[in-house]
Ligand binder design. Sequence first.
Ligand code: NAP
Length: 345
Amino acid sequence: MTVRAGILGATGAVGQRLIQLLDPHPEFEIAAVTASESSVGKPYRTAAKWRIESQIPDDVAEMTVVETMPEAVPDDLDILFSSLPSSVGREVEPAFCEAGYVVSSNSSNHRTADDVPLTVPEVNASHIDLIEVQRDERGWDGALVKNPNCSTITMVPPLAALDDVFGLERVTVATLQAVSGAGYAGVSSMEIIDNAIPHIGGEESKMENESRKLLGEFDGAEVHWHDAQVEASCNRIPTLDGHLENVWADTEDDTTVEEATEAMEAYPSLGLYSSPEQLIHVFEEPDRPQPRLDRTREGGMTITTGGVQETDAGVQFNCLAHNTLRGAAGASLLNGELLSKQGYL
Ligand SMILES: NC(=O)c1ccc[n+]([C@@H]2O[C@H](COP(=O)([O-])OP(=O)(O)OC[C@H]3O[C@@H](n4cnc5c(N)ncnc54)[C@H](OP(=O)(O)O)[C@@H]3O)[C@@H](O)[C@H]2O)c1
């Protein structure tokens, strides 16, 4: 079966990555692209300032950008991938769900709502069935599924691996985040060149809350958030792509460098089309991972870690993921593949 997909916010940083990943995908076809009023009615080639390394696929380049509203997209779409600004998605995504569409979204709105699945398929695929609760409560034929914030996705799989074996008690994280994480209009060159900005609005609470929901238990009716304490401090640095993070994980049981490394390397991937063979790669070299060298491992879908050290309370390690691939477009696509596999499309 070919899954007909629309992209909401298709002209932006994440929208372009979605096109790059969906165009060659064997299961999905791009059937609609939407953006803001200033892009509506234009061919995609003109509306989007294409900024990624591959070419715009010819068929997408000629598509006309339509309005971001249910009446403007074809009725027969199986899924919509949303990369809308959160303020826009907050109103528009539920309207699509009410109109019967299944939406796999990157936007931060509704991520921590009780009846909205927040999933990283390799970590908490079972949470997807929260859709049943959502449909009961909201009376929707459609559904709203979220992937977490890009900095959260980077650290959660290694934390899940440690939690499974040693139990997590407390997490402290400091991030070094790339400029593409702020979208194309996000940070001006005058602000970021020769600089680092020790504040990213709202990012810290997203990491603190979303990670606990992802690591929580779904009992068929609700998600019980993990009770680990999570504290984050977020920084923007002048790399283009790839968020690097320094993580301190305090564990219930004692662990060693070898045991923590083994837990991360053995943490399984999934057999979905876009999941990497190895979900977490652990470097032995103490100066890896690095954004420029390691962000595109396995198509940008592998999370790399390194610098594992023992601390008094657990372990410290560094981790890296490509923020617009693993952390955004690839994350949404994986959720789409999971929705398809579980029969929700
Ligand atoms: N960048 C990342 O690494 C990353 C990672 C995880 C999650 N996210 C989230 O993903 C979303 C998109 O991020 P981005 O970096 O791709 O942003 P972006 O580059 O600013 O792109 C925003 C997209 O939304 C469209 N849009 C803006 N206002 C609209 C409106 N009023 N109605 C309809 N469409 C509108 C834009 O269309 P026009 O071109 O017509 O303006 C564009 O297609 C955000 O919610 C962000 O927080 C981003």
